[in-house]
Design a protein around this ligand. Structure first.
Ligand code: PH2
Ligand code: MG
Ligand code: MG
Length: 165
């Protein structure tokens, strides 16, 4: 089986419940096992204009480690189906979402296609990804970016709060 990491995010309609439901949905993907789940993290929105920030609710984020016999594209289809089943709509880029499932990393594969880029092109800069990922995969190395431990720095923690289990 191959190793993969998936990031979950929600900032609409009971985000904690959305991420917990996504954990369960991931366990039902065929030929795939959930190996580890991070804690939930409450995170301030990243990548929005200063003047729209007050309209963007905080996110709940988490990361999951999977083992799978699916190909990267099959796994991507499966997690996008989970987003759709949660009622994901895409009215405009980065709109608040009931559920975002991003394939971060798949067995050290590097890929650049219209559908999928591996590793996820922004994963190495985002505290809301790196903190939960570091919790469950402290030894992971990200192609071209090095060990996750070396990517960790103080600034990533800004606006990120680990929730009690
Ligand atoms: N997702 C984004 C953009 N910004 N900010 C936080 N805190 N959490 C997210 O999951 C997130 C974001 C695009 O997918
Ligand atoms: Mg995303
Ligand atoms: Mg996405």
């Amino acid at each position: 089986m191959k190793q993969a990491y998936v990031a979950l995010g929600s900032n609409l309609e009971d985000p904690v419940g959305q991420v917990q439901s996504a954990f369960i949905a991931l366990e039902h993907i065929p030929n795939t096992h959930v190996i580890k789940k991070s804690s939930l993290y409450q995170t301030a929105p990243i990548g929005y204009d200063e003047n729209q920030l007050d309209q963007v609710p905080d996110f709940i984020n988490a990361v999951v480690a999977l083992e799978t016999d699916l190909t990267p594209l099959e796994l991507l289809e499966a997690i996008l189906a989970i987003e759709n089943n949660a009622g994901r709509e895409r009215p405009y880029p980065n709109a608040p979402r009931v559920l975002d499932c991003d394939l971060l990393w798949y067995e050290n594969i590097t890929l650049n296609t219209d559908k999928l880029t591996l590793p996820h092109p922004r994963m190495h800069t985002r505290g809301f990804v790196l903190l939960p990922l570091f919790e469950i995969a402290p030894h992971l190395s990200i192609q071209n970016h090095g060990k996750i431990a070396q990517l960790m720095n103080e600034s990533l923690f800004t606006g990120v709060r680990k929730l009690d289990a």
